[in-house]
Design a protein around this ligand. Structure first.
Ligand code: HEC
Length: 113
């Protein structure tokens, strides 16, 4: 009986997460905040939603496309040289790590292309 209750609580946890609480580890939470501020003009940065700029992949798609280290390197390049209509964004190395941690925490959709 008690273990049944525990399972229920565990099953309820992801639902609580989508209801607005922030269950992410500190690094991912910082990356999430950064992504909202700096990247959301073009990319869908949330677990759901459509990118404002149709050419910019939703971050959840990037999660499935890069292994963590490649993503971090790519983000470091983007911070240094800018990308597309975006000027270089002065992200510190630890901020790059945070954004990469956040992106990789997203669940890539089954239909990721
Ligand atoms: C001004 C619009 C704009 C902003 C702001 C922007 N991006 Fe992008 N980004 C794009 C577009 C457009 C593409 C896709 C281009 C393509 O695939 O041809 C892209 C692609 C990417 C890719 C995939 C690149 C690759 O080849 O692997 C990554 C990673 C990425 N963006 C990260 C970010 C991050 C992180 C931020 C915020 C720090 C950000 N972008 C902000 C427009 C933007």
């Amino acid at each position: 009986m008690r273990s049944g209750l525990l399972v229920l609580i565990l099953l309820a946890a992801p639902a609580a997460a989508t209801a607005g609480e922030n269950p992410l580890p500190a690094s991912q939470a910082r990356g999430h905040a950064l992504a909202r501020t700096v990247c959301a003009a073009c990319h869908a940065v949330e677990p759901k939603g459509v990118s404002p700029n149709a050419k910019a992949a939703p971050f959840r798609h990037l999660a499935g496309r890069h292994v963590p280290l490649t993503l971090q390197r790519r983000l470091a390049d983007i911070a240094e040289t800018g990308h597309y209509d975006m000027p270089p964004i002065n992200l510190h190395a630890d901020e790059v790590q945070d954004v990469a941690a956040y992106i990789n925490s997203l669940e890539p959709p089954a239909d990721a292309r």
